[in-house]
Design a protein around this ligand. Structure first.
Ligand code: GCB
Length: 605
């Protein structure tokens, strides 16, 4: 799906700000026609933001069902004759949208953009009443899955198996934009290079047939470096600037739909010229070995929840740079387009993940209470789940396929891959990911309970991504035993699969300010000792091509006896202050950079 942009033929009106708001306590609002009039009450809500932490009201925070959002929108006078599109960066988890009294569309899934053509329901120069019902309920037809439990006293509770709070609402910007009737509807760009000559292959889809002109513009210099024509083609860029980790380097593919001399639509699609390849145990970007340093992250902040804010995004990215991280994983869902754009521009390498998390009924008890049963059975992870999962893969790749920052698709986090049902569940999904994008490695993130001699699906993938908690969830406090076990396990993976390994999670909950002279879990000292141990294990294993510590920052979770105001495995606190671990990682990754691999140069940018 193309982003909304402004161009000589397109215009944008942001709809962010304060909207009217009502909680649909009994979830009867749609039947009652709440959207046909001004919402009852005087509550307002901020867009974008999660609803949950904004109101000093526990019932609102815990509400399971619909939130109603509403505002008045004026269609610019000059848009007469244009198509008018309503676009949502995301609505978590599902949305129904009305223009005045008319339903214009529904959408399922909380972390990807969607849009509706509302031209036939609006008039240029006039206003309309925009109402959105956002549903925060998860069931087993959703990715991530969940279940709503009705208690005997009539209350509803949302249950789910993943370890982050079920924030919901309009988390990303809402826009109204215009585009011409004949318009560019999709662009796919792939790149290669030979010596100093870059090669750009494009495929353009348009809503109605007609002539197409192409030019390639260097974003840095503004110069046109290649031209072409047609819906498909290849252009060469001499003296090409490769997209490089830590640096970036973007071009625009400028696509013009023309009718004789008239430009009917113009769209600028950024891209970078770079290659990604796996060679034995090596992960190559532009034919250079790349070693991932960084974190699994979350979109998570105080007050905002999962709401996007440019300022918070920038602060997170600057801290990544400060600490010497060259990469991140968008655990456990697709991040905002603003964040991904920033990674493209700044050369931050991304492992891009679908929202397929919590597909594991074997992880019963403790923090994750599954309620028992098998993973792959009707009502748990079944055909409905798989169909939605397939859709999420398709749509994630459709959104992010042109992003140079994205080097791996992660199609799931810690699913049950020990049960026989995992094979039939995952094989079509892996095939689908490859069919959607033959240019990037496809992986999934493996859980500790499915080591190489238990996991049934790792052989389907191009790379191994492992989450390991030796010294935390197993052998807690015993780093010596942990080091020996972890080393032995990695040897096993190496021998069996002969693939590169990224450690996508390793971490220890740590209360900022707690210290001990002993190897005592939860202290800052233990977190550092734990990281030292893990680092020794990585350095000793030839196949390890990356380390992404869990987590970048402390984050909010559902309640549970193992979570004190959320997950505390951050290198930074939730308000982004460094723990001792941050200093350790900074030293390690900066030294490593000097010795081995490219990193964003914090100062020179
Ligand atoms: C994991 C999960 C992550 C959790 C983390 C933890 O393996 O992938 O979502 O937050 O462990 O801290 O338990």
């Amino acid at each position: 799906m193309l982003p909304a942009i402004s161009s000589p033929t397109r215009d944008i009106r942001p709809l962010d700000g304060m909207w009217r708001f009502a909680v649909d306590w009994d979830n009867t609002g749609i039947d009652d026609g709440l959207y046909t009039a001004t919402l009852p009450g005087t509550r307002e809500v901020a867009v974008p933001a999660s609803v949950n932490d904004l109101f000093a009201d526990e019932d609102i925070r815990n509400h399971v069902g619909y939130w109603f959002y509403q505002r008045t929108v004026r269609v610019p006078r000059g848009w007469d004759g244009e198509r008018v599109i309503l676009r949502f960066g995301s609505a978590t988890h599902h949305a129904v949208v009305w223009v005045d009294d008319t339903e214009v569309g529904r959408h399922k899934g909380g972390y990807l953009p969607f849009e509706f053509d509302v031209t036939d329901h609006v008039t240029a120069g006039d206003t309309f009443r925009l109402t959105v019902a956002v549903d925060n309920r998860l069931d087993n037809t959703c990715i991530p899955p969940g279940s709503v439990v009705e208690l005997p006293d009539g209350r509803r509770q949302q249950h789910y198996l993943h370890d982050f709070y079920n924030y919901s609402g309009l988390h990303r910007s809402v826009l109204l934009y215009s585009r011409p009737a004949r318009h560019v509807s999709d662009i796919t760009i792939t790149t290669d290079y030979s010596g100093t000559t870059g090669q750009v292959t494009w495929a353009v889809e348009q809503s109605a047939p007609g002539d197409i002109r192409i030019s390639v513009v260097d974003q840095q210099t503004g110069e046109t470096v290649a031209t072409g024509e047609g819906a498909e083609g290849v252009a060469s860029i001499s003296d090409v600037t490769l997209w490089t980790p830590g640096i970036g380097g973007l071009y625009d593919l400028v696509v013009q739909l023309v009718d004789g001399d008239e430009i009917v639509d113009e769209f600028r699609q950024p891209f970078g010229v770079r290659t990604v390849r796996i060679d034995g145990y090596r992960f190559l970007i532009n034919d250079e070995p790349f070693y991932f340093t960084g974190f699994g992250m979350h979109e998570d902040h105080e007050t905002l929840g999962k709401g996007h804010s440019d300022a918070h995004m920038l602060q997170d990215a600057e801290l990544l740079s400060w600490i010497g991280a060259n990469s991140l994983r968008t655990s456990h869902y697709p991040y905002s387009e603003e964040f991904m754009d920033y990674c493209d521009r700044q050369g931050i390498v991304v492992i891009d993940e679908t929202p397929a998390v919590g597909l594991n009924w074997l992880m019963a008890g403790g923090i994750i209470d599954s309620g028992g049963g098998e993973t792959y059975e009707d009502g748990h992870v079944d055909d409905h789940t798989q169909a939605t999962h397939a859709d999420e893969i398709r749509r994630l790749i459709a959104r992010d396929k042109n992003r140079p920052s994205v080097v791996i698709w992660s199609i799931a986090n810690e699913p049950d891959t020990a049960s026989p049902g995992s094979v039939d569940y995952f094989r079509p999904l892996v095939d689908l990911a490859r069919a959607c994008d033959p240019t990037r490695p496809v992986g999934y993130v493996n859980v500790m309970f499915a080591p190489h001699d238990v996991c049934r699906i790792s052989g389907m993938f191009d790379i191994l991504m492992l989450n390991r908690y030796y010294g935390w969830y197993v052998d807690s406090g015993d780093l010596e035993t942990s080091e020996a076990k972890f080393t032995a396990e990695l040897d096993g993976w190496m021998e069996r699969y002969k693939l590169p390994i990224i450690i996508t999670e390793y971490g220890a909950d740590t209360v900022a300010g707690l210290h001990s002279i002993y190897d005592q879990p939860f202290t800052e000292d233990y977190q550092v000792a734990y990281l030292e141990m893990n680092s020794r294990v990585f350095d000793a294993c030839e196949a390890v091509v990356g380390e992404q510590m869990w987590n970048f920052a402390d984050f909010q979770t559902k309640y549970g006896f193992a979570r004190v105001d959320g997950n505390k495995k951050g290198a930074f606190t939730r308000d982004r202050r460094p723990k001792a671990a941050a200093r350790f990682l900074r030293r390690r990754w900066h030294d490593m950079d000097a010795a081995r691999y490219g990193r964003r140069d914090h100062r020179a940018r």
